[in-house]
Design a binder for this molecule. Structure first.
Ligand SMILES: *Cc1c(COP(=O)(O)O)cnc(C)c1O
Length: 375
């Protein structure tokens, strides 16, 4: 089965992990620092704070900027639940902004959602396609709001030749197994703000600062959300190969774009000339007349070896959110959920694999073309 996204672990990655396993520091050693420095160098951000997942990194980010009870956070619902879970955990309230047809937050709909309680805007770079940060920052500046980017899909993505991770108050990356690079589980917050970086480090490690000799002091609430040395060693090794991975993903995605360009039954996510996408996902947006066939199409694609997935069920449609905040419905978000299927696009695939995916996908889609009643 070809997976919609998967890791590529090579001999040098394995060597790096083994070498660290043989060293005398498995936690709180030099590898995490080295990985953080490499992330700063790669993205152009001033500070990087590694975490044991993007979920704990999101939690750290919301804590660091002082999100608290009854704060309102403007975000979109086409994301993984942890984007909003971690601020809801602090008592903050999600204010759902509708999306554009490409799955990203609609920057033109943000401003009318702002109230005196709005604290931050949390955009998600869906599938690796950058959101319109210029427009979002303009709104944020005008209304004195923070921008916290969920860039779990978007390590290596860029906007006008500037890497995602270098713009924001804080940007979160994920190194979960199937994300652009992996540490098996892991994440990081990148920021240009020294105060945030300090708070993030305290939050990650029990709120403890070292004093003289054995003496340390716990000065704020903290957890153990640290990345291991073993994971960081894998991250350093993977990061060296990120550009190669992304080149491959973009080669496959461009091939799909070409194969699908005259198709009338669905759209692909369009990447603009001033954008580079990590192509973490290759989302297909089915036309409305195919929505009622989506379950059948999905099942058939899986049967034929395509490890497809749907990204995402809108966060507000989950039971927890319905019970806590009531029913929500946004037209483009709901429509996107009915229309979206992610097809395999990853760095382990050959171009023959890509051809197989395109052939199979087109074959299945055309089979479920709604039949016009014969006259
Ligand atoms: C994967 C993902 C997360 C969570 O990442 P973990 O490292 O698994 O905690 C958050 N947001 C988005 C958009 C994701 O895709």
């Amino acid at each position: 089965m070809l997976s919609y996204s998967t890791q590529l672990i090579e001999d040098d990655d394995i060597e790096a992990v083994i070498e660290t396993l043989k060293s005398n520091l498995l936690a709180q050693g030099p590898k995490v620092l080295e990985f953080e420095a490499a992330l700063c160098k790669y993205t152009g951000a001033k500070y990087a704070v590694a975490f044991n997942s993007a979920t704990s990194a999101l939690s750290g980010a919301y804590h660091a900027c002082g999100v608290e009870k009854d704060d309102e956070i403007i975000t979109s619902a086409i994301s993984f639940v942890s984007t909003s879970n971690m601020f809801v955990d602090l008592g903050a309230i999600p204010v759902w902004c509708d999306i554009k047809p490409d799955g990203n937050i609609d920057e033109n709909k943000i401003e009318k959602l702002i109230t005196p309680k709005t604290k931050a805007i949390v955009p998600i770079h869906f599938a690796g396609k950058p959101v319109d940060l210029q427009a979002i920052y303009k709104i944020a500046k005008k209304h004195k709001l923070l921008v916290i980017e969920d860039a779990a899909h978007a390590l290596s993505s860029s906007l006008n030749n500037k890497k995602i991770g270098s713009f924001s108050d804080m940007t979160i990356f994920s190194f979960h197994a199937i994300k652009p690079i992996t540490t098996s589980e892991g994440g990081a917050v990148l920021t240009n703000n020294k105060e945030y970086a300090n708070r993030l480090k305290l939050f990650r490690s029990h709120g403890i600062v070292k004093k003289k000799l054995w003496n340390s002091d716990m000065i704020s609430m903290g957890y153990n959300y640290r990345l291991t040395e073993i994971a960081a060693a894998l991250g350093i090794s993977q990061l060296k190969k990120l550009d190669k991975f992304i080149e491959k993903r973009n080669k496959i995605a461009s091939y799909f774009d070409e194969r699908f360009k005259n198709e009338k039954l669905f759209l692909a996510q369009k990447i603009e000339p001033h954008q580079i996408s990590s192509r973490h996902l290759y989302p297909i947006i089915l036309n409305p007349e195919l929505h009622s066939f989506k379950e059948t199409i999905f099942t058939e694609l899986q049967k034929r070896g395509l490890g497809v997935q749907v990204h995402y069920k809108p966060i507000y449609q989950n039971s927890f959110y319905k019970e806590k905040f009531g029913e929500v419905s946004l037209p483009l978000t709901d429509k996107f959920y009915n229309a979206e299927i992610s097809i395999p696009c990853n760095q382990t695939m050959s171009m023959q694999d890509a051809a197989f995916v395109a052939d199979t996908f087109l074959d299945v889609i055309h089979k479920y073309l709604p039949r016009k009643s014969s006259v």
